[in-house]
Write a new protein. Structure first.
Length: 131
C-alpha cells in the first residue's frame, strides 16, 4: 500500500465522520509498514448497536462525499457489535464499547504510530507519540 496523503485525508475524514455521531476515543493507527494489506486502521466505538450503525453509515457517506473510495467489503451489519469497513487503503473498526474493550485492537497495535486528526484538541491527538 502506498503512503499517500490522500489516503491519510480519507482516514481523517472517516475519523471526523465517526466523531460527528459521538463515537468514543477514535484512533487512526499507521499499520502500513507491518501489515502490508492496508495503510491505516481507524478504531472507534459507540455505546450501542444503533449508534455503531449510525457511525458506520456516516463514515461511508462522508468518505464517498469527499471523493474517497467505496467500501470493498463490509462485515458486522447483522448485529452492529463490530462493524468492519474495508476501504482498501484503510480499514475502519467500529465497535460497541464492550467489544472494543474485549478485543483491545489499540493495545495489539500499541507500538504503531498514531495519526493526529482531532480538530479541537491537537495536544490530545498527538499525546500517544510521547509515550
Amino acid at each position: 500500500m502506498s503512503m499517500d496523503s490522500e489516503v491519510v485525508d480519507w482516514a481523517i475524514t472517516a475519523a471526523r465522520a465517526a466523531e460527528d455521531k459521538l463515537a468514543v476515543n477514535t484512533l487512526i493507527v499507521d499499520v502500513g509498514e507491518v501489515l502490508g494489506i492496508t495503510d491505516f486502521f481507524l478504531i472507534t466505538a459507540g455505546s450501542n448497536p444503533r449508534q455503531v450503525r449510525a457511525i458506520a453509515n456516516n463514515i461511508e457517506e462522508m468518505v464517498a462525499r469527499t471523493g474517497g473510495p467505496h467500501t470493498l467489503r463490509k462485515e458486522g451489519h447483522d448485529t452492529f457489535e463490530w462493524v468492519l469497513l474495508d476501504f482498501g487503503s484503510f480499514i475502519c473498526h467500529v465497535f460497541v464499547e464492550e467489544h472494543r474493550a474485549y478485543y483491545e485492537l489499540e493495545r495489539l497495535w500499541g507500538d504503531r504510530p498514531r495519526v493526529a486528526w482531532a480538530q479541537d484538541n491537537p495536544a490530545e491527538a498527538s499525546s500517544d507519540e510521547e509515550e
